[in-house]
Design a protein around this ligand. Structure first.
Ligand code: FES
Length: 145
């Protein structure tokens, strides 16, 4: 059912954790399955994502897609990171079963939410970036994590 890459990123997820004083933090949730994903970015003065960490309270596919998504955005500029779609994440994982596509969407939205937070804090506009509908950052107190 799952590719080897999905299993690898699920059993050995990369970039798990959090970043203190992160440049941007995004938390998104899927109302249907209840899964929650949070991504932290450390972005330097050149708008390059130097470090990225995530925490996911969700299914195996959500863990695998967040892990792969963090790998894909690391070292990229904020503009390049916006191009990392759920399709790109799924392709990098050699595919996901159709019922698990929404999990990869959550990863894409978590990236957007963290980029959005960074842009809000720094008065930057990225063309094509909107606050994701699944963004629940304001509903979740920091200490809960
Ligand atoms: Fe909801 Fe995977 S089942 S994110």
């Amino acid at each position: 059912m799952y590719s080897e890459k999905v299993m690898d990123h699920f059993t050995n997820p990369r970039n798990v954790g959090e970043i203190e004083n992160a440049s941007g933090v995004g938390t998104v949730g899927n109302a249907k399955c209840g899964d929650i994903m949070r991504i932290y970015f450390d972005i330097d003065d050149n708008q390059v994502i130097r470090d990225v960490k995530f925490k996911t309270f969700g299914c195996g596919a959500a863990v695998a897609t967040s892990s792969m998504a963090t790998e894909l955005v690391k070292g990229k500029t904020i503009y390049e990171a916006l191009e990392v779609t759920n399709k790109a994440v799924m392709e990098a994982l050699d595919g996901l079963p159709p019922v698990k596509v929404h999990c990869s969407l959550l990863a894409e939205e978590a990236i957007h939410a963290a980029l959005w937070d960074y842009c809000q804090k720094n008065n930057i506009t990225i063309e094509g970036l909107n606050k994701p509908k699944s963004d629940i950052s304001e509903e979740e107190p920091e200490e809960e994590y």
